[in-house]
Design a protein around this ligand. Structure first.
Ligand SMILES: NC(=O)c1ccc[n+]([C@@H]2O[C@H](COP(=O)([O-])OP(=O)(O)OC[C@H]3O[C@@H](n4cnc5c(N)ncnc54)[C@H](OP(=O)(O)O)[C@@H]3O)[C@@H](O)[C@H]2O)c1
Length: 367
């Protein structure tokens, strides 16, 4: 009989979040024997939520509580007991990523011959151009095989540090330093309803919805022509399943280090199309009288998005995350057999879901 202590183990962080909750559901529903036999630990905060995971999923999921991302000691100790770590917490907390990698380096020392993997979640705002405030509104189109994404990000970050990019580069660099394989998933705009138990909606389109509701009209920064890509959260989760599977199966198929920065895009949109989609959905649901969209300056847009949804936000964050140009081609994911199932119709239907979600959230908060 196989020794259960030799079974590969998966650690997921961020299971209470939008991406992480959907990744957990995807892994639990996987038909792959390697994933079905791997215990899944969820490093999380909130005893109530840990209890809900156990009540829902039974012993397939092992929640481990920590105080927060700064609880580095627990993070390292837990990571050291796992073979594949998937991190879906906030993409801009470098110490916690380092703590995971220190743990995986320990794992490698205590399990000679093993090759642990760190799958880190980041975002395409890292390659976004400052389409509003710079002289190059067009931005680039990046292919994760053909282009030196790491080199581009290093150059950008030298000119203008950006927190999510700083963490991503630190992950790659620490992986090389500690001899731990890293793969970064750079997600574009994620839409759709998540399949996790807790947070089910994304940040970006709801930010447009909340701002439209408060402002009385949908808004976009500048002319809204800059383009990004999008992916349905469940298609993204399916990609994580493939990555986890390949990592468990020794990881030979996966790129890592400086080449291990991969994209996950399916469709393409302009920011103006998002604003129009939000205007139409709000109008259809009777919460906005008008369809036209207001074009805002970066300063005004930052102020409104911050007030309605983002809380603290600066112009760099808002321009890169809600107005930049950042087109990506997911050659690696396609080569691994990733076949996204949701297309244009799902994207267009998503606006209504996000308006309903923001309205519901506001009702719950008594707004
Ligand atoms: N959503 C998108 O459209 C998108 C697109 C591209 C990239 N990304 C990247 O993915 C990351 C996650 O996105 P998401 O939409 O899944 O976010 P989310 O729904 O807000 O989930 C964030 C997760 O991180 C955990 N977390 C946050 N602060 C923490 C802390 N101080 N200590 C411990 N845990 C903490 C949350 O746990 P609690 O429930 O305990 O707070 C939650 O599980 C983003 O930060 C970004 O870098 C997102």
């Amino acid at each position: 009989m196989a020794d259960p202590s030799n079974q590969p183990r998966i650690l997921l962080t961020g299971a209470s979040g939008f991406i992480g909750g959907s990744v957990l559901t995807q892994l639990l529903n996987s038909t792959s024997p390697s994933i079905q036999s791997a215990p899944i630990t969820c490093l999380m905060r909130g005893a109530d939520r840990a209890a809900k995971l156990i009540a829902t999923y039974g012993d397939r999921v092992i929640p481990v509580l920590y105080s927060d991302l700064d609880d580095l000691e627990t993070t390292t100790a837990v990571a050291a007991q796992h073979d594949v770590v998937i991190s879906t917490t906030v993409g801009y907390h470098t110490p916690s990523t380092r703590a995971i990698q220190e743990g995986l380096a320990q794992r490698k020392r205590t399990h000679p011959g093993s090759e642990p993997w760190f799958i880190h979640t980041s975002g395409t705002s890292n390659v976004g151009s400052r389409s509003v405030s710079s002289a190059s509104p067009e931005g680039g189109t990046f292919d994760d095989v053909a282009d030196d994404v790491y080199g581009f990000e290093v150059a950008q970050n030298t000119k203008e540090p950006y927190a999510q990019r700083t963490t991503e580069l630190a992950v790659v660099d620490a992986g090389l330093e500690l001899d731990v394989r890293t793969l970064v998933v750079m997600a574009p705009t994620i839409y759709g309803v998540g399949s996790g138990l807790f947070r089910k909606h994304s940040i970006q389109i709801p930010a447009f919805v909340a701002t439209a509701l408060d402002h009385g009209r949908a808004v976009v920064i500048s002319d809204g022509r800059a383009e990004w890509d999008h992916v349905h959260v469940q298609d993204l989760a399916a990609l994580y399943e493939i990555l986890a599977l390949k990592a468990l199966d020794a990881g030979d198929a996966l790129p890592w280090g400086k080449k291990g920065i991969i994209f996950a895009s399916v469709g393409r949109h302009s920011w103006g199309e998002i604003a129009q989609g939000v205007a139409r959905a709000c109008h259809d649901l009777g919460v906005l009288p008008d369809l036209p969209v207001d074009n805002l300056s970066l300063a005004d847009g930052t102020r409104l998005f911050a007030k309605s949804y983002l809380g603290e936000a600066d112009e760099l964050l808002v321009e890169l995350g809600l107005a930049s140009s950042g087109r990506t081609i997911p050659t690696v994911a396609r080569g691994l057999g990733w076949k996204p199932l949701r297309g244009k119709e799902d994207w267009e239907r998503g606006f209504r879901d996000d308006v309903e979600a923001v309205l519901e959230e506001r009702r719950e908060k008594g707004h």
